[in-house]
Design a protein. Structure first.
Length: 621
């Protein structure tokens, strides 16, 4: 049960000073640490404009900032939602529940917030109606624009946003321009391009914040560009034309005392999405995946045998199995191997699927966006009839409202045919996997295909992974890697993805020393509990995750050597755990150590430059 408080009232123009905002136009998080204010005020550039403010621990987080949506200059209507506004009513409510995800980084997710719904009218006379919905959670504040059904204003046309984020002086950002980009720590000045979200911020007062979005399923991609000193503004990828009722994606501002708390609390993004819409989820199976790189029947069967030995759940046939992925003539309903990938063309895909199934393994097929756009409604039932378990979408369009709607409709359609999905390239999640958990993962990350260095890897948990799962495509025993083997072993613990692609460029023959990859053999891909034990973007990170009674810990450093000591106080008190540690031996190989520990002990890690340590704690009692 949850308590519901409802207040409805009519208001005229509010006083300009936010300190005078009545309590009826502010909400605080359940723990009282975050507060969100709203008011209407005049400024030289706009009359009766909407402003908001956020405080964290009674200190400014977002200073007074403009809200609103600008109309499309090419529009046939004259509605604009960034000035000439008046508040006509407001209502408040309280929500407190908990839910269990189909899979995730934790088995129970709290969903507690205080909500304020403000109804506004635009312009003189009848005008149009817009609502601003704001929610204050312990984890952060979220708000969105909503257009209820209105017979006088059915067409919604948005040309650009005027949603601002006025940040305290000396704030620094972990900046990148696209989902698969490199990150830089930068001041809020001199940006040539808008920043990709999530945008993690280091405040001068020692607090941390992150600006991101949720439920971006029918709204264009939003980036953040500079709008003045220490000020950002939302930038839409493309205009919007819709019919009421319509709602934008959520703007989310998270706040914490440490950067690790941002990752621990990233379930907020899922809370802002609708609950699961798939009645029977028994067919949705997370697991580990390995790519079949020979595109041959012999190679496929050899990989299945390796998968049986190494507890790998899926084998994946990548680009080339139905022809060159970029050619329009390539037909994804046929097995026509690209001769550039396998000149012999000797892939008997039905036999490979049969053999995998007989060994308890599943098959995922890669399909490029060209074929998906032309053949989606044919491919989904066809692949289901073949016994295929999932599809990896390649090079899908992202950004515009049209392609955003298309992609999320494709996810819904795939669920009807019991197909799990991995969406690659620039797509970044905003929580839709809560609603359709057949979307197991997506790329939208600079992973091992780009051979990033260790410093980049220490930034990702505090930036991209706040948005949700990412397919990093881990490598091992590859000369091009810039990081140690133990660093690579630790990454699948630190980087969450229900589908973990391992050994991305490898073949079974490339791993003669099975002890070196022993840690990955029994590694889960979904978890019951997650804790960030230590870490700072660009320096180091240590993440502990629990599955059942057992814990796994991944620790990595940047390009500098580092010694850390991790208290094991999160272990169950009074119980013993068998600890197995995989680290770098200094000669390029992995060394293994074992001992017994309790919650009173600490786990030391002496990390080489670009090194790491992977640990497994099995409950003994």
């Amino acid at each position: 049960m949850f308590r519901l408080l409802l207040v409805v009232f009519s208001l005229g123009l509010l006083e300009p000073a936010l300190a005078q905002v009545p309590d009826s136009l502010r909400i605080s998080s359940p723990n009282g640490l975050l507060t969100w204010f709203i008011s209407v005020r005049d400024e030289p550039a706009a009359s009766q404009a909407l402003f908001y403010e956020i405080t964290y621990r009674n200190r400014p987080l977002i200073q007074p900032s403009r809200l609103g949506l600008a109309g499309n200059p090419a529009s046939t209507t004259h509605f604009s939602w960034d000035q000439n506004l008046r508040i006509v009513s407001a209502r408040r409510s309280t929500h407190a529940t908990q839910w269990k995800p189909v899979w995730g980084e934790r088995s129970d997710i709290p969903d507690r917030y205080n909500e304020l719904v403000v109804t506004l009218r635009n312009g003189p006379g009848a005008g149009g109606t817009m609502q601003l919905i704001a929610r204050a959670y312990d984890e952060g504040v979220a708000f969105r624009y909503v257009f209820p059904e209105d017979l006088r204003m059915q067409i919604i046309e948005i040309g650009q946003e005027t949603t601002h984020f006025n940040l305290p002086a000396n704030t620094k950002a972990y900046y990148t321009t696209h989902a698969q980009g490199k990150y830089e720590e930068r001041t809020l000045e001199g940006w040539n391009k808008a920043a990709q979200m999530p945008l993690t911020l280091k405040l001068d007062n020692g607090h941390w914040a992150c600006i991101t979005q949720a439920e971006q399923t029918s709204y264009p991609l939003v980036r953040l560009k500079l709008a003045g000193t220490n000020q950002l503004v939302s930038e839409l990828f493309s205009p919007v034309t819709e019919t009421s009722p319509y709602r934008t994606s959520w703007r989310v501002v998270m706040a914490s005392d440490t950067p690790g708390e941002l990752l621990e609390k990233n379930y907020l993004i899922q809370n802002l999405n609708p609950p699961n819409q798939i009645p029977d989820v028994s067919w949705i199976k997370p697991g580990k995946v390995m790519r079949e790189v020979t595109l041959s029947t012999t190679g496929a069967k050899g990989l299945v045998d390796f998968a049986v030995e190494q507890n790998i759940d899926y084998i994946h046939f990548d680009a080339g199995w139905y022809g060159h992925e970029h050619e329009v003539a390539s037909d994804a309903t046929t097995v026509t191997v690209d001769p550039r990938r396998n000149p012999k063309g000797d892939l008997d895909l039905p036999e490979a699927i049969r053999y995998a199934t007989s060994k308890g393994k599943k098959v995922i097929l890669y399909v490029n966006h060209r074929a998906l756009e032309r053949q989606l409604d044919t491919l989904l039932p066809l692949y289901q009839s073949w016994g295929v378990a999932g599809i990896k979408f390649g090079f899908v369009h992202t950004g515009s409202q049209y392609w955003t709607v298309w992609l999320h409709d494709a996810i819904r359609k795939a669920a009807k045919h019991h197909l799990v999905l991995d969406i690659h390239d620039e797509y970044s999640p905003t929580g839709f996997s809560r609603t359709y958990p057949n979307l197991l993962t997506q790329e939208g990350v600079r992973g091992n295909e780009e051979w990033p260095d260790a410093s980049h890897n220490t930034i990702l948990p505090f930036t991209r992974f706040i948005a949700g799962a990412a397919d990093y495509t881990f490598c091992f025993n590859q000369a091009r890697l810039k990081n140690t083997k133990a660093h690579q072993l630790a990454l699948p613990v630190i980087y969450f993805s229900p589908l973990q692609y391992l050994y991305w460029y490898g073949k079974p023959v490339d791993f003669p020393d099975r002890q070196e990859i022993e840690f990955w053999k029994d590694l889960p891909t979904v978890w019951d509990e997650t804790k960030v034990l230590d870490g700072t973007p660009g320096q180091c990170v240590s993440v502990a995750r629990r599955k059942g009674n057992d814990w796994y810990i991944g620790t990595i450093t940047n390009t500098e050597a580092r010694t850390v000591s991790l208290p094991l106080t999160f272990l169950e008190k009074g119980k013993r755990y068998a600890l197995t540690v995989y680290g770098d031996d200094g000669t390029g190989k992995v060394h293994k150590q074992t001992r017994t520990v309790t919650a009173k002990d600490a786990l030391p890690a002496q990390l080489l430059p670009s090194g790491g340590q992977a640990s497994y704690l099995k409950k003994m009692d």
